[in-house]
Design a protein around this ligand. Structure first.
Ligand code: ATP
Ligand code: MG
Length: 387
């Protein structure tokens, strides 16, 4: 008898001919995630199984697997050679303390096994009841389900616990993108959500030191560190925005300050994408949340780039974004009170419905090409890996 982890994966089944490719990616992501632990990963009959690990590391392995996109659940199981005697023996060893109702669920892929599924369910139910006199069978809402899987490789698996995983698609299956990462609540969530759809992330952060503090930058590094738990590793581009902001403040209309800032951020982001082989820009904007997040604003900022801009929280309420932030544990860091570069020189009345022509008019007073070039030439790069 061996202890193993059965892995349940999700949408891969829907993907037809891409399935093999996705499974390959999923396996390599799992191997990366568990890289410094002892284990074996095998694929049998459409199932992934982790085996040969130290039992003392089982919790750690499960916890890491819960952060691998593409997995739906992990089930710790016992694996043994298929015989009725063995199945009975191992069902007999299960611990039902504290449980009042149960059912047995048999999946019999091995059609040569002597008993039919229902027959075996009834038989094993009887075995359990004989030993646990206070238990009752409840087929519809049992507290515990004893799953018995009889596979064609002469192995049977028994499990009764299921740990939910992150779901989504394997990281990397959708290509690579650049997350605009501020220190706020929304952008780490946006990054997480896109990674969940298979997008590998790099991130860019704009700071306005000395108007913004060193702590503000460290907070962003910590956020990148936290999302990297789901994203393998994150290359973080840190860009000084100070000169750009001073120039905008000096030369542009106050109500267009944020609009112009956003357009320059997008231009820099696109340049970084092209330089690093990234195919999309990701932001944490949510429709109507603030003046700069109207559809007119987004149109005016989108118009300076030709790459797709993904805004996965566009339709989320703040509460919904906060729920995800808490789940992925970025929330506590995000609410630390350090200023973002966007709040420096903030105008009293930013324009709510900017137009491209007025933005372009304002930009005539800036040497945008030069500002973008210098900002990128002075970028600081960190590779962040959280395991
Ligand atoms: P967040 O909570 O993500 O900071 P927000 O609600 O504060 O978002 P804004 O400040 O308007 O909204 O920023 C909108 C988006 O622009 C952010 O979600 C982020 O993607 C990007 N952004 C803003 N400031 C920065 C920055 N300093 N560096 C990188 N990206 C930024
Ligand atoms: Mg912000």
């Amino acid at each position: 008898m061996d202890r193993v982890l059965l892995l349940k994966f999700g949408e891969l089944f829907l993907k037809g001919r891409n399935r093999r490719e996705f499974l390959k990616l999923l396996k390599s992501n799992i191997i990366k995630k568990l890289h410094n632990l002892k284990f074996k990963l095998v694929e049998t009959q459409g199932r992934l199984i982790v085996s040969d690990y130290e039992e003392s590391q089982e919790d750690e392995i499960i916890e890491r697997l819960q952060k691998v996109f593409g997995l739906i659940a992990v089930m710790p199981a016992i694996e043994f050679d298929t015989t009725l005697e063995n199945i009975k023996t191992y069902v007999d060893t299960l611990d039902f303390s504290g449980v009042k109702t149960f059912k047995v669920d048999v999946k019999r892929a091995d059609k040569t096994f002597s008993m039919m599924s229902m027959e075996l369910e009834r038989y094993l139910g009887g075995v359990v009841l004989e030993k646990n006199l206070n238990l009752k069978v409840d087929l519809y809402n049992p507290e515990m389900v004893v799953n018995v899987e009889i596979r064609v490789n002469q192995k049977t698996y028994i499990y009764n616990k299921l740990y939910p995983c992150a779901g989504g698609l394997p990281l990397g299956s959708a290509g690579k993108g650049l997350l605009l990462l501020s220190g706020g609540i929304d952008s780490p969530v946006a990054g997480y959500l896109m990674a969940k759809r298979g997008l590998t992330l790099e991130a860019v952060h704009f700071h306005s030191y000395p108007y913004t503090s060193v702590q503000a930058k460290e907070k962003v590094i910590e956020l990148a560190n936290q999302i990297s738990e789901y994203c393998d590793e994150i290359k973080l581009h840190i860009i000084s925005f100070t000169e750009i902001q001073e120039q905008i403040h000096k030369n542009c209309d106050a109500d267009y300050m944020i609009t112009i800032m956003r357009r320059i951020m997008m231009r820099i982001a696109e340049r970084l994408c092209n330089k690093n082989g990234l195919g999309a820009i990701v932001t944490g904007e949510s429709l109507g949340q603030v003046a700069s997040q109207t559809m007119q604003s987004m149109n005016v900022t989108n118009s300076v780039v030709s790459l797709p801009v993904f805004r996965p929280v566009i339709a989320y309420d703040k509460e919904e974004i906060m729920d995800v932030a808490k789940k992925i544990k970025t929330y506590e860091t995000s609410i630390l009170p350090y200023e973002d570069c966007c709040t420096v020189f903030l105008p009293k009345n930013p324009v709510i419905k900017p137009t491209i022509s007025r933005a372009e008019h304002n930009e005539q007073f800036l040497d945008i090409e030069k500002l973008v070039e210098v900002a990128i030439a002075n970028e600081e790069i960190m590779v962040i890996k959280n395991f």
